[in-house]
Design a protein around this ligand. Structure first.
Ligand SMILES: Nc1ncnc2c1ncn2[C@@H]1O[C@H](COP(=O)(O)OP(=O)(O)OP(=O)(O)O)[C@@H](O)[C@H]1O
Length: 618
């Protein structure tokens, strides 16, 4: 908890006290406290006896979402009440790491017999606390431009009740609604009824009515909203509407990225050590008893990724309280992520967000905010839909299944490298587009990797993926409304035209996967691009060549939980920072996903538009 005891501590005196009062605790009128408000803290000192060293705490206003002054229903009671709502980082119970938890501090203000005077005093405190808590406490560590959402803000909050395990609405009711009320953030709740509902809504909405659009779902609903905004005639203005994300799906890549950018530890990763030790004991006792000997890669996978589910089943067998509680520590991570994202939403800091324009072989153009995948990752994402009921672990199950029948995908890949020191401006900050022009062969040296002509055939294999894959399949088909508006792509020639000379053509044509990331997390526990920031203007391109062993591939995915795959020196994996890319699959069947949604299979190319969107982040 971000509470500091009063001992020889320096911090209190640095910041002058702006308000001082003596109140009793709401829940315990016998406890009297001296309460001081400084620019940074609410300092509460017990005047009644308290355990040594615990008489004084400083509650950081960085952790405060709001404050409320009110009178009790009892007319005979002249007192007013002051409730201050904090979400400090606290140690997790029985597992390492910290996460945010709610802590309400409530005081009874009854210095006078006059109820109105007491209420006025409580309101004065509430205003002062709110004003200090609303100030941005520290700039973003990467120095990116930030603004603060205006207060009071008019927020449209879109919840997909079917997302994830179908609990988004319950999570909203239990966590988000109370938190937004405490923060005084008014919002209009929209429960989406079907696919494309959100897209149509934002396409037609009077956007001058809204200060922010918040999505509580997986990444698919935000994909719809962004494309809906960019289909508008006034897309340039509409896409500047700040967008917030609250995790309701099973992947939640953007929510995990937003949490990551705020500098907090990854909730899932935080449980790893305890999880490993306990599961080692569990596996060793089981395997010795039953003489099982799973392959090493499977043991590793189970240890690292399936632990929450294993322990859940274990607990269902009634194996004891201590073990069952450890599960809870592992399983609450999605809720922890939700509280973290809810907290950041209440703070309302807005940053620029890169969006990537994607051209499909049919001529359709769409916009993506998270990722594009082909091969192993795309297959796992789509094939694991049937394990949706296990939540985020569906990717682990899908990974194991696909590993068992590892495929090689044929295709041609080329990319335009990003300059080392990129000082290009974010697009949203000016009306003109500042990226380089294409079309002419560059004066730069052609890449050493590309001796052959940079022409890709435009052959569209549309025989596969928009068919019979559950609700995901229709994601790309739904948007066949022709070309989107949006900024022009200055780096991309038409898909059937040769590439300019400064593009790098990858020599290999046999791949296991291609993954393009523009935010840090592919899913809650997959830190795919550790040094990505929301507006770095970079596509983090990863590809894995054919020839990698199952064990090495699994090791890469396990390392990805902490982002360690990037420094893993795997000779089959290449990581390049690029501005644009083109992929021409040659295998007749396959899957390409954009933000986790299937798009038509065939040649595809992409270009990043730096800072085109706005993201509520930390
Ligand atoms: N009420 C609804 N019923 C069915 N589908 C809906 C509804 N509301 C939205 N959708 C659609 O559900 C699709 C999937 O949503 P989203 O990706 O946000 O959640 P998810 O698939 O559960 O998340 P994840 O991919 O992380 O598991 C979106 O394309 C959206 O159009």
């Amino acid at each position: 908890m971000d509470q500091r005891t009063a001992e020889p501590d320096r911090n209190y005196s640095i910041s002058p006290v702006s308000l001082y009062g003596e109140f009793t605790l709401t829940g315990n009128p016998k406890v009297r406290c001296a309460v001081s408000l400084t620019e940074r803290d609410l300092i509460v000192q017990r005047l009644t006896s308290a355990p040594a060293g615990r008489s004084k705490v400083a509650l950081s206003l960085k952790d405060c979402v709001g404050c409320r002054a009110y009178r009790a229903d009892d007319n005979a009671d002249p007192a007013a009440y002051l409730a201050v709502y904090f979400y400090p980082l606290t140690r997790r119970w029985m597992s390492p790491g910290r996460s945010r938890h709610r802590a309400e501090h409530s005081f009874r203000v009854a210095a006078l017999q006059d109820p109105r005077a007491n209420l006025e005093e409580a309101e004065k405190w509430a205003r002062a606390v709110r004003e200090r808590a609303a100030r941005p406490q520290s700039p973003r560590s990467d120095g990116g431009a930030l603004s603060v959402l205006s207060r009071p803000s008019r927020m449209m909050l879109l919840v997909n009740p079917q997302s994830g395990k179908g609990q988004a609405l319950t999570l909203y009711n239990n966590h988000i609604q109370p938190m937004l009320n405490e923060a005084g953030v008014t919002h209009t709740l929209v429960i989406t009824e079907r696919q494309n509902h959100a897209r149509e809504l934002v396409k037609e909405a009077d956007m001058s009515q809204w200060d922010a659009l918040v999505i509580m779902s997986g990444d698919g609903l935000l994909f719809e909203v962004i494309n809906g905004l960019l289909e508008r005639a006034d897309w340039e203005e509409a896409i500047r509407t700040p967008m917030g994300i609250l995790p309701g799906g099973s992947g939640n890549g953007l929510a995990a990225s937003v949490h990551h950018y705020s500098g907090l530890p990854a909730p899932a990763a935080a449980t790893m050590r305890g999880r490993d030790q306990s599961l080692h004991c569990f596996l060793s006792s089981r395997t010795s008893r039953r003489s099982l000997s799973p392959p090493r890669w499977l043991q590793q996978a189970v240890l690292q990724r399936l632990w929450p589910q294993c322990v859940w089943y274990y607990s269902r067998l009634n194996v004891g309280f201590a073990r069952a509680t450890r599960i809870k520590a592992s399983l609450v991570s999605t809720e922890e992520l939700l509280v973290s994202c809810g907290f950041l939403l209440c703070q309302g800091l807005v940053a620029h967000m890169d969006l990537v324009s994607i051209h499909l072989c049919s001529g359709l153009r769409l916009f993506s905010f998270l990722s594009m995948a082909w091969g192993f990752v795309a297959d796992v994402d789509i094939e694991s839909e049937k394990y949706r009921h296990v939540g985020a672990a569906r990717f682990t199950v899908g990974t194991l299944v696909r590993l068992a029948s590892l495929r090689v995908y044929r295709g041609r890949l080329a990319y335009l490298p990003a300059p080392e020191d990129d000082h290009s401006e974010v697009e949203g900050s000016r009306n003109d587009v500042t990226l380089r022009c294409n079309g002419q062969a560059s004066s730069l040296d052609p890449s050493r990797d590309s001796p052959r002509p940079k022409t890709f055939h435009n052959s569209c294999h549309s025989n596969n993926s928009c068919k019979a894959r559950g609700r995901r399949e229709s994601a790309p088909c739904r948007s066949a409304s022709g070309a989107l508006a949006g900024p022009p792509d200055s780096l991309l020639p038409p898909l059937d035209q040769p590439l300019p000379g400064d593009w790098v053509v990858v020599q290999e044509e046999d791949f296991v996967l291609m993954l393009a990331m523009y935010q840090s997390h592919l899913a809650e526990d997959l830190l795919a691009a550790p040094d990505a920031t929301p507006d770095d203007g970079v596509i983090h391109l990863f590809y894995v060549r054919a020839g990698i062993s199952r064990a090495a591939l699994l090791k890469l995915f396990l390392a990805m939980e902490k982002g360690a795959h990037v420094g893993a020196n795997c000779r089959h994996m290449v990581h390049a920072k690029v501005r644009a890319l083109r992929l021409e699959p040659l295998s007749p069947k396959g899957v390409i996903t954009v933000d986790g949604e299937v798009v038509e299979y065939g040649p595809v190319q992409a270009e990043v538009h730096r800072g085109l969107g706005r993201l509520i982040t930390g």
